[in-house]
Design a protein around this ligand. Structure first.
Ligand SMILES: *[C@@H]1O[C@H](CO)[C@@H](O)[C@H](O)[C@H]1NC(C)=O
Ligand SMILES: *[C@@H]1O[C@H](CO)[C@@H](O)[C@H](O)[C@H]1NC(C)=O
Ligand SMILES: *[C@@H]1O[C@H](CO)[C@@H](O)[C@H](O)[C@H]1NC(C)=O
Ligand SMILES: *[C@@H]1O[C@H](CO)[C@@H](O)[C@H](O)[C@H]1NC(C)=O
Ligand SMILES: *[C@@H]1O[C@H](CO)[C@@H](O)[C@H](O)[C@H]1NC(C)=O
Ligand SMILES: *[C@@H]1O[C@H](CO)[C@@H](O)[C@H](O)[C@H]1NC(C)=O
Length: 268
């Protein structure tokens, strides 16, 4: 009996504390924000499909007693400007409104209220707000999350069309430059090429990233022992954006790309 009553009382208290936390968290900014919260800066850039960690650190007296701490992460709806909750935590309550969104409890005790978003998508970019309450103090911070994707580049020979093909795929944002240059025995520097270069308009993939190809038409008589380079310039490069291809010395096979096909078309 006494134990039951105690449990009931504890539940009531728990419910009360939760209501209080929600109230404090949701209260308009009437009361002074006494808790200092630090974000990664004005913007934070993360890679598409990676586990994004949006930083939010509580400054001041640590460790925190997480039983008294509430955290609400929200994202501003780009259409109507309202804050849409992504994740919330208070008392024993933890709820993710985006699958996999979470805040580590161990981290939180040390003042780290950072939000984890596994496999972040381009559509999830935008303004995120981190609201923290450590009863009776509260504070918040915002950050603009940018999601980018770096191009994957390749350079190959299209022998049939006598051209080199440079492809950059899966990048975001759309702005990209592909340029060509060549090394030859006479030049120790890579000399820019603009003639006979065709760069197509970027095409969109289903995940909103882009692909682009650029081709360089070669002279009818293949030049030998010349190295061509295709350079990909993008705000975000994960690997060096330069690819080389060296035309073989006279009488040798072409490097990489399309294999030689015999006129008979037989299988080798
Ligand atoms: C090919 O070029 C390299 C460097 O440009 C040079 O060292 C080499 O001697 C050349 N080979 C031939 C067969 O011309
Ligand atoms: C060659 O092209 C690169 C890339 O567009 C550029 O940065 C460089 O200034 C150019 N060099 C010359 C000599 O035009
Ligand atoms: C461009 O292509 C034309 C036709 O194939 C060729 O005559 C010309 O020499 C090429 N220009 C350069 C700089 O390779
Ligand atoms: C973009 O390039 C990737 C890799 O080459 C390819 O798998 C994909 O089909 C391309 N997308 C489009 C729309 O062509
Ligand atoms: C592409 O080249 C232009 C002109 O050189 C430059 O202004 C722009 O910043 C470049 N873009 C990227 C993504 O490197
Ligand atoms: C491309 O080839 C040139 C000349 O052989 C060399 O100096 C340069 O390091 C090479 N770059 C890459 C990315 O392989």
């Amino acid at each position: 009996m006494a134990a039951d009553a105690e449990a009931a009382a504890a539940r009531t208290l728990c419910g009360f504390v939760r209501t209080l936390l929600v109230l404090v968290l949701e209260l308009p900014a009437l009361i002074a924000e006494s808790l200092r919260v630090e974000m990664a800066g004005k913007t934070q850039t993360v890679l598409l499909n990676h586990n994004a960690i949006i930083s939010c650190k509580v400054l001041g007296s640590l460790p925190l007693n997480i039983k008294n701490v509430g955290v609400i992460w929200s994202r501003k709806n780009p259409v109507d400007g309202t804050d849409v909750t992504v994740f919330e935590l208070y008392g024993d309550h933890r709820e993710a409104f985006r699958s996999g969104a979470s805040v580590s409890l161990q981290g939180l005790a040390k003042g780290d209220a950072s939000l984890q978003l596994p496999e972040v998508q381009l559509s999830e970019a935008g303004e995120y707000r981190c609201k923290v309450v450590n009863t009776p103090d509260r504070g918040q911070g915002t950050v603009l999350l940018k999601v980018v994707a770096c191009p994957v580049s390749s350079l190959s020979v299209e022998e049939a069309k006598q051209r080199l093909l440079c492809e950059a795929s899966g990048f975001y944002p759309k702005n990209i430059n592909i340029t060509w240059c060549k090394w030859s025995q006479e030049n120790s520097q890579c000399v820019n090429i603009s003639e006979n270069v065709t760069t197509n308009a970027a095409i969109a993939n289903e995940d909103n990233t882009f692909n682009v190809t650029s081709s360089l038409k070669l002279k009818r008589s293949l030049e030998h022992n010349v190295t061509y380079q295709c350079r990909v310039e993008h705000v975000f490069l994960c690997t060096p954006g330069r690819r080389n291809i060296t035309m073989p010395e006279n009488g040798k096979d072409l490097p990489g790309g399309v294999p030689h096909s015999s006129p008979g078309g037989g299988i080798m």
